[in-house]
Design a protein around this ligand. Structure first.
Ligand code: 5AD
Ligand code: SF4
Length: 431
């Protein structure tokens, strides 16, 4: 009988994909379970981008230890594994192995050797063609690059995921073809800076950039929708915008991580663009693409952020009117440049006030956007059964839409008339 695997995934879409990779490697030996007390192997795929989840890791391991079967193994994977390394064994002796974010392909070795550790951020996984496992038959996540070269001054990712390397296009295209043959109509491309794809490969001599890759993917039979995250505003040149706007398979929603609206703060963050560049790109996309939705990430209270700098962020929100904002208080991360700007740290009460102001304003804008969806018709690709006889999916521009229905709708794209739009979900009727 096959053994049971419990896996908990925290953090970003890259981690979701890494967890799929781990499951794929183990699927001959293990089946997934949602019940920790039955599991033979317990994995936690961690995130270290902010401090809170790192603290939570050790209390979570403590909880696992209480619930687990006596012989069950515990492994810590992902960014916190890269960043804390063998400190994890010292703080949590029950942990059996530690596998960094760039080392997930070694999971089969890790489960066999006691106290196995692999956290090499130079490990090259780009040509590693692994077994497939997909958490959804309707869509597929595909990594197109690993690591990040940007070194934004607040960010720990370059230290946990290493330098940026693009995955050879043939591997990506084969993986998508396989998923499409299995019925997936949507592909979600992943990377820290997807629109910088093709800058560096570890061995191949390919001359291909992100726009070319998108074109090739859109030629694959069966693929109807292409999404990607995250592009970097710096690399949103006219060619990229042209492909985004005019390729009919590319979903018209784009994540444009702003981080700050102040050119001064952007400079201190080493983001490489100004407020004006960002606004110019966002407004160009809005003007060329009527129904586009734009989401963003914003950090408040970066060291040295003045009231005026914060006003600049609100100003960009006013102009762009984001459909979704992921907002965070600055969190100093070990070994980053910004963690050493202690003399410029912003008082906690000011940081909290700014976050509340930003979120309230973001919601005010969102409520107007959501209300305006009433009586509109969206093309929805249904991929999720929900409780209470509901089925959910995403509109082409990424609104979450729910209708009454059952399994028959899964995997289908239907016109849906929005009857009752709410902030978190637009309720509607299939036409
Ligand atoms: N503090 C707060 N937010 C951060 N992010 C990354 N590093 C930090 C940090 N040190 C946010 C950025 C990024 C998102 C994934 O997390 O907004 O885009
Ligand atoms: Fe971090 Fe900046 Fe790279 Fe994004 S682009 S992963 S924020 S260093």
């Amino acid at each position: 009988m096959s053994k049971l695997l419990y896996i908990k995934t925290l953090g970003c879409a890259m981690n979701v994909r890494d967890s799929e990779h781990i499951i794929a490697e183990l699927q001959d030996e293990y089946t997934l379970t949602q019940d920790i007390s039955l599991a033979d192997l317990i994995l936690i795929n961690t995130c270290s981008v902010r401090e809170k989840p790192v603290h939570k890791l050790f209390s979570e391991i403590g909880a696992f230890v209480k619930e687990k079967k006596p012989n069950a193994k515990i492994g810590v994977c992902g960014c916190t594994a890269s960043h804390l390394g063998d400190e994890i064994f010292k703080k949590a002796p029950y942990v059996d192995f530690v596998l960094g974010a760039r080392n997930v392909s070694k999971i089969s070795q890790a489960i066999k050797k006691p106290k196995f550790i692999s956290i090499d951020i130079n490990n090259d996984e780009t040509t590693y063609d692994f077994n497939s496992y997909r958490s959804s038959p309707y869509k597929t996540y595909v990594n197109i690059m690993i690591g990040c070269d940007k070194k934004c001054t607040y960010c720990i990712v370059p230290q946990t995921r290493g330098d940026e390397l693009s995955i050879p296009s043939q591997i990506i295209l084969n993986e998508i073809k396989k998923a499409a043959d299995g019925g997936a109509k949507e592909v979600f491309l992943l990377g820290q800076n997807v629109n910088n794809y093709g800058k560096r490969f570890s061995s191949s001599h390919e001359k291909i950039n992100f726009s070319d890759l998108l074109k090739k993917i859109s030629d694959i039979n069966g693929i109807e929708r292409i999404r990607f995250t995250s592009p970097h505003p710096l690399h949103m040149d006219d060619k990229f915008i042209d492909v985004f706007v005019n390729n009919e398979k590319i979903c018209k929603s784009i994540h444009m991580p702003l981080q700050s609206g102040s050119t001064e703060i952007l400079k201190a963050m080493k983001r490489g663009y100004t407020k004006e560049w960002y606004l110019n790109r966002a407004m160009k996309i809005r003007s060329l693409c009527k129904d586009v939705t734009i989401s963003t990430d914003i950090i408040v209270a970066f060291p040295g952020e003045s009231d005026k700098d914060f006003e600049d962020t609100l100003d960009v929100m006013r102009e762009v009117r984001f459909e979704q904002i992921f907002s965070f208080k600055f969190s100093p991360r070990p070994l980053t440049v910004a963690a050493n700007m202690k003399d410029k740290f912003i008082e906690e009460s000011i940081a909290s006030n700014r976050l509340t102001t930003l979120q309230d304003y973001g919601n005010e804008i969102l409520d107007e956007i959501v209300l305006a969806q009433k009586d509109k018709t969206h093309k929805v690709y249904f991929d999720e059964l929900r409780s209470g006889g509901k089925v959910a999916g995403r509109s082409f521009n990424n609104f979450l839409v729910e209708v009454d229905g059952s399994e028959e709708l899964l995997g289908l794209t239907k016109d849906v008339l929005i009857t009752n739009p709410k902030r978190m979900v637009l309720n509607g009727k299939v036409q």
